[in-house]
Design a protein around this ligand. Structure first.
Ligand code: ZN
Ligand code: ZN
Length: 462
């Protein structure tokens, strides 16, 4: 997936490119680190038509000759129409229990689908070719008056529902109905992409014909008898202007902060403070780190949740480590050295990665043992680099159910009933930095003696 967006650098005025959805990035020309003030808005992009009126008319004539569609002689009118598509990326976790098994499938998912459901019903997805195209931020003020902008008929809330349905269908390959199944979308991002379609009204011996072609490659999309005029809606958009681009600096000392694509947290190299992007501004956050077992290495951000797990009315509430025997398989061995009176604590990796299944494996390993991990002394991050946090708290909460399900591992009828009504309440949450050591391309969690590939944490979810 390679959607690139072009923008203009506010520092040097040069055109610059960044990954779709990136919050911070470097100007390729002057190397300024820039921040997109895009939080809380649905980003809207446009792929400009590559064919102008003349080229479109020519393409149509060629098409007609080649395909012998209709005896058309004259091109009467050419209109560029911008057709909106929802574009989604995120991690999927599909939970299934029944028929003697309990499993989770995890993957990072990309999906595009119609945001206007009435126009060109057969044009359902942006497909492969659009991924190498460059996007521009949609700007109502710069939108050409002669072009038509189609309204978004599928609103965001329904788009998410539709995406979830499509994702479930994609995951549930065998189509069986197990005793329990659930799909969680975690860290998903939705944006709108306006794709160019060129409508050409032609006149021939048998009357008018309207022909629609792809505005990028000139391929035929539809051909109908009659003169079809597509009505636009002008400025339908709540977000008519692109998000603002500003320089990315420490609000405390003014030092330049590093760029980090989708990261939400930034360490200042100068004053050592930790910042988190919140409401398009910087919020100072406390550094909680777990003491490393050896010097060097790196830190991975996790959301740490204290939980109460229950399942509908009258069910036991599981909140202490000792309670876990009630729902967990092989609990004696895994929790043998832990104080049964300690609160159940779950760690969710605060990263949207390209390797959702790797991330899940890492999280299962840490959560299954419920170890009491010692806090580091002091406020500053101990030496070592820190991975950026790219999964917001609300999204991390979505991953609790898959994790509870994964560490439980039971598939008896009683547990299936439990999963079907599961309620997970967060009593306390914070961010904690988890120490790992480097070993070539592997990272090592010394607390759990767990080696895993560094690429599991790759965040290039473009
Ligand atoms: Zn620049
Ligand atoms: Zn600073």
């Amino acid at each position: 997936m390679a959607f690139l967006v072009s923008s203009t650098c506010p520092e040097c005025g040069a055109p610059t490119k960044h990954h779709e959805g990136a919050l911070t990035f470097k100007c390729q020309y002057c190397a300024s680190v820039l921040r997109m003030q895009a939080e809380g808005m649905t980003l809207k992009y446009i792929i400009p038509a590559r064919l102008d009126e003349k080229a479109a008319a020519l393409a149509i004539k060629k098409l007609l000759v080649n395909r012998k569609i209709t005896p058309v002689t004259k091109v009467k009118k050419v209109t560029v129409i911008y057709d909106p598509f929802w574009n989604l990326r995120g991690m999927l976790f599909y939970l299934v229990a029944g028929d003697g098994k309990a499993e989770i499938s995890a993957k990072t998912w990309f999906h595009s689908f119609q945001a206007n459901e009435t126009f060109l019903p057969s044009f359902t997805s942006l497909g492969i070719q659009s991924q190498v195209l460059e996007l521009e931020h949609y700007d109502a003020e710069k939108f050409p008056k002669s072009a038509v902008l189609l309204p978004t008929t599928l609103i965001e809330k329904d788009a998410l529902k539709a995406a979830k349905k499509a994702a479930t269908a994609a995951m549930d390959m065998d189509g069986k109905r197990p005793g329990f199944s659930d799909l969680k979308m975690v860290g998903e991002k939705l944006s709108i992409i306006y794709y160019p379609v060129i409508s050409v009204v032609c006149e021939g011996e048998t009357g008018y014909h309207t022909i629609m072609v792809d505005g990028v490659n000139g391929n035929l999309l539809a051909e109908e008898a009659g003169r079809i005029e597509t009505q636009g809606i002008g400025e339908s958009d709540t977000v008519a202007v692109p998000p603002k681009l500003i320089t990315h600096r420490c609000p405390n000392c003014g030092h330049n902060l590093k760029d980090g694509d989708f990261d939400l947290t930034f360490h200042c190299g100068e004053c050592r403070r930790l910042w988190m992007l919140k409401d398009n501004d910087y919020a100072s956050i406390k550094i909680n780190a777990i003491r490393p077992m050896e010097r060097g290495g790196a830190y991975i951000p996790f959301w740490r949740f204290k939980l109460e797990i229950s399942s509908g009315e009258g069910s036991d509430v599981i909140s202490k480590i000792g309670d876990r025997a009630k729902i967990m398989k092989g609990v004696g061995f895994k929790l043998r050295n832990e104080d049964p009176e300690r609160d159940i604590t779950f760690y969710v990796p605060a990263i949207v990665t390209r390797n959702a299944s790797g991330l899940l494996s890492l999280a299962i390993r840490i959560n299954i043992f419920q170890k009491d991990l010692p806090p580091s002394d002091g406020e500053a991050m101990p030496d070592g680099e820190a991975f950026g946090l790219s999964l917001a708290e609300e999204e991390a909460r979505e991953m609790l159910e898959p994790l509870v399900f994964a560490v439980t591992g039971r598939i008896d009828a009683k547990m299936i009933a439990f999963y079907n009504n599961i309620q997970i309440e967060v009593k306390k949450s914070d961010i904690v930095w988890y120490p790992v050591s480097f070993e070539k391309d592997m990272l090592v969690d010394r607390y759990h003696e767990y080696h895993f590939p560094k690429r599991w944490l790759d965040t290039d979810v473009y």
